[in-house]
Design a protein around this ligand. Structure first.
Ligand code: SAH
Ligand code: SF4
Ligand code: F3S
Length: 475
């Protein structure tokens, strides 16, 4: 494709008009009752979905809603769903089920369901028939239509099931409400063209489309000027950035340009596909000032046979070569990966190949998943599905091997002082503060409220497979 896939300005303006109307209505309600209507957004899934939810909350705020984290207090609830595994869908459906009693108590409550799960027709039908109190449903191609859908529901009183757009487009200029004042997500492209045989994403996110470099540069410059310290560029395969629209620049060029922005900040990106992770990209990283020495490179399997059936377009030798080049150019790089256990046809031997690759490559950390058949994907139709008990047993073995490696990777950091961006009081360990190192490892230490959002020098006293523990050094 050689055309820009940008949502026309008239469409953005039309949504702005709906926003203005709802804002006036919500302001009038607040003036009359002394209480502002509140919106609650619940997000499942990946960072892309988190970033989308920041647009939903941004639009809700612009429409005159206050934001709340308590569903019972909300006048507008939106559930932004994920479809990557069965578990993610079941969790969302179960929570949507619980909202039935909220609607019974407050009939004027508006409930919307959006995101990847309901971009699938069969799930849209589920909501239509089994959750009659859900007011509007819209897929990922219609995120920007939220204001219009709310108006439609209010005007006609009928439930709204927004049809998917025939073309997925890039919407610029939507309001964004950022969750954090120092870490930010920036989507640089949407969709995926790869059709890995197990994956639902291309079906629920459409084809790849990239934002223009200028727009991204403007956004990142604005974030840095506003004190953001840690900025993650998002895309399902960032290495194919720019290709869909025939832009004369690629992902490495984009990184090089962003690296020129002045300020004290780190740039990260995800996800890189091993078939496209180029030497040029690694060279740009190695020479950069702001790009974190961290790389997430999902391997998925250590068996060449399985990689072929997964339609991944690389083999373990190619993967190895990329890692070797990266470690040569960026010796202190933190390397993480994704693995799927129990893909159809995975034999004991294939699984042993995966364990052997883990021992060989030695990732700092691994995100491992049990294969979950997704309706409509080729792998779900494959005959030699692995029995659930075998999948679970392999998963446990994988974790044991990786935990030992993660511990060995973290141990040499003991005694070192690292720069850590503090996230405030830890959610999992409320006696301590937590933060992230440049390699994105979790650090626990005793801190102060004023540390939140700032860099601290952190001395590592102890390490386990999952985190580093130590002290903040006085500066
Ligand atoms: N675009 C990214 C990944 C997006 S999904 C990439 O290509 O790396 C995140 C991870 O979920 C994938 O890397 C894969 O490991 C896992 N995943 C995707 N589909 C899955 C499925 N059907 N069952 C189990 N895990 C899956
Ligand atoms: Fe899914 Fe593969 Fe696309 Fe990643 S690259 S989103 S795993 S189809
Ligand atoms: Fe992300 Fe889940 Fe959609 S992983 S792209 S929210 S299917």
């Amino acid at each position: 494709m050689n055309e820009k896939n940008i949502l026309p300005q008239e469409e953005v303006d039309a949504q702005q008009a709906y926003i203005a109307r709802l804002c006036a209505e919500n302001d009038a309600y607040a003036a009359e009752t002394g209480a502002r209507r509140q919106a609650f957004v619940l997000t499942f899934g990946c960072q892309q979905n988190e970033a989308d939810s920041e647009k939903l909350t941004g639009m809700a705020q612009a429409m005159g809603y206050a934001l709340t984290r308590i569903p019972e207090d909300a006048d507008l609830i939106m559930v932004n769903t994920c479809a990557i595994r069965e578990h993610a869908e079941q969790k969302a459906l179960s929570i949507i089920g619980q909202y039935k009693h909220l609607k019974a108590k407050k009939p004027e409550l508006l409930i919307g369901v959006c995101g990847c799960m309901v971009t699938q027709e069969h799930r849209k039908d589920d909501i239509k028939h089994r959750y009659p109190y859900v007011d509007f449903v819209f897929g990922t191609s219609s995120l920007h239509r939220l204001p219009q859908l709310i108006c439609q529901k209010l005007d006609k009183g009928k439930r709204v099931f927004c049809p998917e757009e025939s073309a997925y487009q890039v919407a610029e200029g939507l309001p964004i409400h950022r969750e954090s004042s120092y870490r930010a997500w920036v989507s640089i492209m949407y969709g995926c063209n790869n059709f890995c045989s197990y994956c639902i994403v291309p079906y629920v996110r459409g084809r790849e489309r990239s934002r223009e470099m200028e727009e991204i540069v403007k956004e990142v410059e604005g974030l840095v000027a506003n004190g953001y310290r840690d900025i993650t560029l998002l895309g399902q395969n960032v290495n194919s950035y720019g290709k869909d629209s025939g832009y004369p620049y690629d992902f490495a060029d984009l990184l090089e340009r962003l690296d020129m922005i002045e300020g004290d900040f780190l740039l990260r990106f995800m996800t890189s596909h091993p078939k496209d992770a180029s030497r040029k990209l690694i060279d740009v990283m190695a020479a950069s000032k702001h790009i974190a020495h961290q790389f997430h490179l999902p391997m998925q399997s250590g068996s060449d046979k399985i990689l072929r059936v997964m339609n991944r377009h690389y083999d373990t030798a190619k993967y190895d070569a990329t890692v070797a080049y990266m470690r040569e150019k960026i010796p202190d790089v933190t390397l993480t990966s994704d693995i799927i256990v129990g893909f159809p046809g995975e034999t004991e031997e294939d699984f042993a190949d995966t364990l052997a690759m883990l021992e060989k490559v030695r990732f700092d950390m691994l995100y491992s998943f049990i294969y979950s058949p997704r309706k409509g994907t080729p792998a779900a139709e494959m005959e030699d599905q692995v029995p659930p008990a075998v999948k679970s047993a392999r998963f446990e073995r994988l974790l044991a091997v990786q935990n030992a490696i993660s511990l060995e990777k973290n141990q040499p950091l003991v005694g070192k002082t690292l720069r850590v961006l503090c996230d405030g009081v830890s959610k999992t360990n409320p006696a301590l503060y937590s933060g992230r190192t440049e390699g994105n490892k979790i650090a626990f230490f005793e801190g102060f409220p004023a540390d939140t959002g700032t860099y601290v020098d952190f001395q590592v006293d102890r390490a386990d497979a999952f985190a580093l523990y130590g002290q903040k050094q006085s500066q």
